[in-house]
Design a protein. Structure first.
Length: 139
């Protein structure tokens, strides 16, 4: 019997969808696969890169269905993307000016972390045989 559940896709509420799209598309290399325009404004989109995806939706700040969070909505939320090569991803995004943590080996994986404009922690990881605790060096 084929599994019924196929994929988990993070759905982030964002304060400024244009800024978030620039971050994820221009900075991290995601591409827009789908979108929803409401009252002439982009409100929701589906972004993907390879086999991974995420959704962004700008929350309304006024009127019906409005919501104004007390702080950054992403604080405390972490999403891990498994890569073929997290070090290559790190080099790619930092070459575009994206701030990412120096990769290290934890739990048998290279890990680099980023914070998006709304405070969501995004981690990109890849399996490795390198010893635990090793920090990446570009030398």
């Amino acid at each position: 019997m084929e599994p019924n559940v196929k994929q988990a896709v993070p759905f982030f509420a964002v304060s400024n969808i244009e800024a978030s799209i620039r971050y994820y598309s221009d900075g991290l290399g995601f591409e827009m696969a789908n979108k929803w325009i409401d009252e002439g404004k982009l409100r929701w989109c589906w972004l993907q890169r390879g086999g991974a995806a995420l959704m962004l939706q700008e929350f309304k700040k006024e009127g019906h269905d409005s919501w104004v969070p007390e702080g950054k909505v992403g604080v405390g939320v972490s999403i891990c993307f498994i890569c073929a090569d997290a070090l290559a991803f790190y080099r790619e995004v930092t070459s575009r000016g994206i701030k990412a943590s120096r990769p290290f080996v934890g739990n048998g994986m290279w890990v680099t972390s980023l914070l998006d404009p709304d405070g969501y922690r995004i981690e990109f990881e890849s399996y490795t045989d390198v010893p635990e605790g090793t920090a990446y060096s570009e030398v």
